[in-house]
Every structure is written in C-alpha cells, then in structure tokens.
Design a protein around this ligand. Structure first.
Ligand SMILES: NC(=O)c1ccc[n+]([C@@H]2O[C@H](COP(=O)([O-])OP(=O)(O)OC[C@H]3O[C@@H](n4cnc5c(N)ncnc54)[C@H](OP(=O)(O)O)[C@@H]3O)[C@@H](O)[C@H]2O)c1
Length: 322
C-alpha cells in the first residue's frame, strides 16, 4: 500500500510517499481502508522532532482516520465489514490502510462529512477538554488563542454555548471573520500587540479564562490579563517555547486566586472518550457545532499540508485525501 513515511526528523521534505506492506489486523482489531487522514499541528511537531514524546523511526504519522472497515482480526465481528468509521490510531494514519483496536472506532452517522468526523474525533475531544479544564461558565470572558485553528474554532463554539463571551486571537482578517461567524464577540490580531488592545477593551476588568495553545510570550500576557479567580489553561506551545512567569506573576497567582492549569487530552478511559465523541457528533448532526474545514491535500502532498499548518496558512481541520 502507499503510505507517507519519514526516516529522519526535519522539514516537511522528509515526508516521502513509499510502498509498504499492508497491515494485518490482529486480535481485537479491524483493518480500515482509509478515505482521509487528519493532519494536526502536533504531527508537524513530531515530524520536526520538537514533540515532547520522541518518535520511533521509520514512522508513518497520522493519528486520526476515516474510512471503511475492510477486514476483521481473529474473533472480531463488529463493526461490520463496509461500515464507515472514524478512528483514533497511535500512528500510521497517513496510509491507504491501517489496523486499529475496535474500541477506538466510531461509526459515523450519515450526513457527517469526512472533515467533520475527523474534526470531532481529534480536535473536538481536545476542545471540549480545555473548555472543561477552564471551567468556562455563563457570563465569563474567555480568550482563545489560535481561535481559527482546528481545535480553537471548536473551542470558540463550545465556550459560546456555555454562555461565555469569547474573544479570539488569529493572524489574518479572514481567520478573524471566521471566528466572529462562529460566535465570538471579538477577534484580535495574534501578530499585533493584542495584550494592550485587550486590556483597553476589557476596561481593566480582565479575562476570566485563557485557553492557550501557543504559550511563549502568550503565557505571561494571558496571566497578566486575568481577572481575580481567573484560569489560564495551557495545552500547547505552537509558538515554539513554553514561556516563563516572572516572580511578580507568581505572587499574583496567590494574591488574586489565579490558576495555571495544564491540559492533555486523556484517552485512558475508552468509555468516557466514546461518550464525549458521541456528544460532539450529536452537536454536529443537529447543526449546533460547525467544523470548519481547511483545504484538503492528496496523500502525496502531505509535505505541503505540513508547510501550510506550520506557516499558519490553515484554518479549521486539515486532512489528506487518500
Ligand atoms: N494538550 C493536548 O491534549 C493537545 C492535543 C492536540 C493538540 N494540542 C495542541 O493544540 C494546538 C492546536 O493544534 P491544532 O492541530 O488545532 O492546530 P491549529 O490551531 O489548527 O494550527 C496552529 C495555529 O497556531 C497559531 N500559532 C501561533 N503562533 C504560531 C507559531 N509561531 N507558529 C505556528 N502557529 C502559530 C496559528 O494561528 P494564527 O496564525 O491564527 O495565530 C496556527 O494556525 C497545538 O499547539 C497542538 O500541539 C494539544
């Protein structure tokens, strides 16, 4: 089968289309004929060698796929052959076929498109998790970084559904328009001095929750903008560094009852994960959650998809058509 493999970490050019043997589904697994694979910012970090967990090479990236069940492993009967399923895989998604444990598959309801299903399965789980981690509630001001991104665009809507006033950051006018169309009350340029602009816009009252996937200088700025009892949720470092806090900011944490929370999506409880995916899919089916889709790329153009993501040219879900 065709797959996109890397044998060294580096720039997008290390992603090579190669022929590899088909995977064989083992006990408890099904073989999925992949229609499309999600491409995420974390994939670009793995490729570059900057992801916290080291990559075992050679590697086939891709942790979210949608396709049809093509074969069962020993003693497996469900989902039925031919079912359209989405699945979270540990690796190997940028390929024509992938073997995956059945409990990691989700049958995709009719009417839910490939990008929508991939968006829910990967980015949606994280978006819901960070909104929960921030304890976003009615009437609060919530600042969301990379708000037009795959995760950010869903977090904007989920926070707005809880009655929060959402302020999004994004680097282009088109991205900021998208954020406003998804229910944000305001959008600021992530490449300008948004901290001062936001400080004036909030009348000095401050932000209740910051959902931060960029880190670096954003960490300090977000913490400075917090209102008393505010929460800063750190869940990524797309900016390239984690950043640091000054001693005065640590003092403010204590004196103003602020909190800095880390978040990583927890996939250990399969039943809870399936419930959350079902909740998100139901929102999509009922038209209550929109999954914006970026351009889609051919499997052979995986390097270009990575370039677009790393160069901040995408908004919404990015996927490879297999
Ligand atoms: N903790 C978890 O469990 C978890 C799970 C999955 C992903 N993540 C993290 O969540 C974040 C978002 O992932 P995603 O796949 O949805 O990506 P994405 O948000 O669609 O794309 C990344 C966005 O980050 C923004 N950005 C800001 N500074 C940047 C810089 N220096 N270089 C590149 N981009 C920069 C850009 O938005 P603007 O150009 O509009 O500013 C860019 O479009 C990533 O940091 C990822 O690692 C965390």
């Amino acid at each position: 089968m065709r797959a996109v493999q890397l044998t060294v970490t580096g720039g997008p050019e290390v992603l090579a289309l190669v022929e590899v043997p088909d995977p064989v589904p083992g006990p408890g697994q099904v073989l999925i004929e992949v229609h499309a694979a999600g491409v995420t910012f974390a994939d670009t970090m793995m490729r570059a060698g900057s992801f916290p967990a080291p990559l075992r090479l050679p590697a086939i990236l891709g942790r979210e796929v949608i396709g049809t069940v093509a074969a069962h492993g020993p003693d497996v009967h469900q989902p039925a052959i031919g079912s359209r399923v989405a699945a979270r895989v540990p690796a190997g998604g940028y390929a024509e076929r992938v073997a995956v444990r059945t409990e990691r598959t989700v049958t995709v309801p009719d009417g839910v498109g490939d990008a929508q299903a991939l968006g829910v399965l990967g980015s949606g789980l994280t978006a819901l998790g960070v909104v929960d981690a921030g304890r976003v509630s009615d009437g609060e001001e919530v600042l969301i970084t990379a708000a037009a991104g795959a995760i950010g665009s869903l977090a904007v809507q989920l926070a707005a559904r809880r009655g929060a006033r959402v302020i999004g950051l994004a680097s282009t006018p088109a991205k900021r328009e998208l954020i406003l169309s998804l229910g944000a009350g305001a959008a600021f340029d992530s490449t300008a001095d948004w901290e001062s602009q936001l400080h004036s816009a909030c009348d000095g009252r401050g932000i209740d929750v910051v959902l931060d996937s960029v880190a670096g200088p954003v960490l300090g700025a977000g913490m400075r903008l917090l209102a008393a009892r505010g929460r800063h949720v750190l869940y990524g470092f797309a900016g390239g560094t984690l950043g640091s806090l000054e001693t005065g900011q640590l003092g403010a944490l204590m004196q103003r009852n602020l909190s800095l929370t880390g978040f990583t999506v927890d996939l250990s409880d399969e039943v809870a994960v399936q419930e959350r995916i079902a909740e998100l899919l139901s929102l999509v089916v009922h038209g209550d959650l929109h999954v914006p889709a970026s351009d889609e790329y051919r499997l052979a153009d995986a390097a270009e998809a990575h370039r677009s993501l790393a160069e901040r040219r995408t908004s919404g879900k990015v996927m490879l058509r297999v």
